[in-house]
Design a protein around this ligand. Structure first.
Ligand SMILES: [Zn+2]
Length: 246
């Protein structure tokens, strides 16, 4: 397993920071260390919108803050996902834009964040950046042949909500909403958090590896925990019914 260090050099420009991720340890059992720097660049594009001066200023501050969040947590995300031995992005670009209308989306090493959303929910953006950076680190490019979108999003939200956001903000899936392990996003994130605590603290790293190399099959849950995904789901949902549990 990798050991990560993250010295950060500030170049004095608000939108440019360097992140260093050092990966140690290889699958073949030899040890070694490769230093890598990932440049995180964020920019604001106001074309196609009609922001006033205050909004432009706000977007710039949110963008600068996104780079700070990224530079601070990128290495931690690599570590959480056990991805230290995978090739990492040399440069991650973040674009705040009016062209994108959702919340945020990531393709490869590039992410787009919606200006409209950022202005409406500025305090949500650091967490959004962490979720999207998790996608950059995941870099799943091999088709497992199974429907795994729920797991991809669940892992990203596990990173965000259970390792970055304050504990008080953690999602608590409610029984009345009939939560399922495969419910994606926060619901799957909560399920993963519970499974990590109960069965295997390295579970997410192992799942990430299987998703990365394309070897994921639904049978992996039994292999890693002794229980099928369905059995785990039943057990997890039963914990949600205990009224004294947070
Ligand atoms: Zn996502």
């Amino acid at each position: 397993m990798g050991c990560l260090q993250s010295p950060v050099w500030h170049l004095g420009l608000p939108a440019f920071l360097l992140v260093t991720a050092t990966s140690v340890g290889f699958a073949n059992g030899t040890s070694g260390s490769v230093a890598k720097r990932t440049l995180i660049v964020s920019s604001v594009d106001v074309s196609g919108g009609k922001p006033d001066a205050d909004q432009v200023k706000a977007l710039q501050a949110i963008s600068d803050n996104a780079v700070k969040t990224g530079s601070r947590y990128y290495s931690r995300i690599i570590s959480l996902l056990g991805a230290g031995k995978h090739p990492q992005a040399e440069k991650v670009t973040i674009s705040f834009t009016y062209a994108y209308k959702g919340v945020a989306a990531t393709g490869g090493d590039h992410m787009e964040v919606a200006n409209d959303y950022a202005l409406k929910r500025p305090n949500d953006i650091p967490g959004v950046i962490v979720h999207e950076l998790a996608h950059v680190v995941q870099a799943y490019s091999k088709d497992t042949g199974y429907d795994t979108g729920w797991l991809t999003e669940g892992i990203a939200d596990y990173v965000r909500w259970f390792n970055f956001e304050p504990k008080a903000k953690r999602p608590h899936p409610q029984l009345k909403r009939n939560p399922k392990a495969t419910g994606s996003y926060q619901t799957t994130g909560a399920f993963l958090f519970w499974t990590v605590g109960k069965y295997d603290r390295n579970l997410v790293k192992k799942l990430n590896e299987a998703m990365y190399d394309g070897s994921y099959t639904p049978g992996i849950w039994k292999k890693l925990t002794g229980k099928t995904l369905e059995e785990l789901n039943t057990e997890w949902v039963s914990t949600l019914s205990e009224p004294n549990k947070p």
